[in-house]
Design a protein around this ligand. Structure first.
Ligand code: AMP
Length: 282
């Protein structure tokens, strides 16, 4: 496995792989890799011949007062996980490589950026869309892998790729969870033991929302109510939103549609967590 910092070295190696007929898979990450990231690497290994993992903590997707400066950056451990996972190339650029002085163009994807995470994290999705398009143009992958964990993000990237005719196939891989249901996240390391126990209510609320819509066959409005009732028992969990939405448009639904998604975001202590669960009623 090779690790490169410059776009030139990256593209030389990717071009060499492509010249012998290899399909290029890309897994964009901010590092602090866990089993969720590793599942994306595994999917890339199965479907493509040359797997590039990008490790870059993207400053433009953090708002003022968010955790950019304290975001974990355990590069050696990340490289070991990539090596163990059979990654071919790690691209670990510095900020000036991705955003050289004078860089001023940003990508806006208004169809997915306004609600939910977009409403709570101003500028977040503009930063995400911009860095993902930049990374695509640097790596030039055939296929790119994202987690369902960041549901709105993968939808946004799908819209961007379609709207801008970006020649990359997008795959969305299932959310990897701890045995007790907590979705893996690089931010879980911020949680104290008590906060980690409180954080379980997110996945529990999603399961309740799912059960009310499917096993009980009730309307999403009732499912949302059941989620809110459970969350109300945990005042230490500061809710940003808990909704049931159309899985394709993210418009909130009161009446069932075939493909829905329950989405939740909350702060536990100072740590902001998100999670979601697909709900299919057919
Ligand atoms: P991040 O490093 O947080 O930017 O995440 C990089 C990629 O890993 C994104 O596509 C995430 O959606 C994905 N990811 C993060 N957590 C999980 C998880 N628990 N299961 C599956 N994918 C995940």
């Amino acid at each position: 496995m090779n690790t490169v910092q410059t776009i030139q070295e990256l593209q030389d190696r990717v071009r060499t792989a492509r010249s012998v007929g290899k399909r290029i898979g890309c897994v964009p990450t901010m590092g602090a890799l866990h089993a969720g990231h590793v599942s994306l690497i595994e999917a890339a290994r199965v479907e493509t011949d040359f797997v590039v993992v990008t490790v870059f903590v993207n400053p433009t997707q953090f708002g003022p007062g968010e955790d950019l400066s304290k975001y974990p950056r355990p590069l050696e451990a990340d490289l070991a996980k990539c090596r163990d996972g059979g990654v071919d190339l790690v691209f670990n650029p510095d900020v000036a490589t991705v955003y050289p002085a004078g860089d001023a163009t940003f990508v806006e994807v208004p169809s997915c950026s306004q609600s939910l995470e977009g409403a709570h994290r101003e500028g977040h999705f503009r930063g995400v869309a911009t860095v993902v398009l930049k990374l695509f143009n640097m790596v030039l992958p055939d296929v790119a892998y994202f987690g369902q964990k960041d549901y709105q993000q993968q939808l946004l990237i799908r819209h961007m790729v379609k709207d801008l005719n970006v020649p990359v196939e997008i795959r969305t891989c299932p959310t990897i969870r701890e045995p007790d249901g907590l979705a893996l996240s690089s931010r879980n390391i911020y949680l104290s033991d008590a906060e980690r126990r409180s954080a379980l209510v997110l996945s529990q609320a999603l399961k309740i929302g799912h059960a009310v819509c499917t096993a009980q066959k009730k309307a999403p409005a009732e499912a949302r109510q059941a989620m809110l009732e459970l969350l109300a028992n945990h005042p230490e969990v500061k809710l940003d939103y808990a909704v049931i939405a159309d899985a394709n448009t993210l418009a909130e639904v009161d009446v069932a549609v075939p493909e829905m998604v329950a989405l939740i975001a909350a702060r536990v202590g100072t740590t902001r967590l998100i999670d979601n669960m697909l709900i299919s009623t057919h």
